[in-house]
Design a protein. Sequence first.
Length: 193
Amino acid sequence: MLKEKLQHKHIVLASGSPRRQHFFKELNIDFEIRLKEVNEIYPEHLKAEAITNFLAELKANAFSNLTENEIVITSDTIVWHSGKALGKPKNYNDAFSMLQSLCGNSHEVITSVCFKTQKGNDTFFEKTKVFFKKLNDDALHYYLKNYKPFDKAGAYGIQEWIGLVGIEKIEGSYANVVGMPIDKVYDKLLEYV
């Protein structure tokens, strides 16, 4: 259905994330993956969704000279915990300390998505609250050694082992925690038909 409606649009997903690419395949639309190197640095005063909005737009603004029918879609996700952003871990020890801080607590997964066209940027975000139970250090080491979640914000993937054994509940979009609020992306794409 959506594929036919978007047949005159050229959708560009500017993401190397396998999870986001999978979501787009599941939408059954034609799209191209096109990546641009962006230095993902944001002003220190930004908080929560202001960070992800800024970074999603920064990634979108790396694309210029769009054709009339092109829609570039960029995205950024952080884990917001105790008043600070947890991005992708720098190394094993960083990942371990992130997971230790998340255990026994709740946090927010915030994802911003930017649609860029010739007319400008259209940015929106989603927040999901995630409740982690307390896991012992052995469980955390097992997860890190076997799943290597070093490309994921907050050093975990809810769709992996740790999500099955360590997450008590979530409030909001599950897909958002996996990598993108794909229901909102679908609705936004319908605005461009």
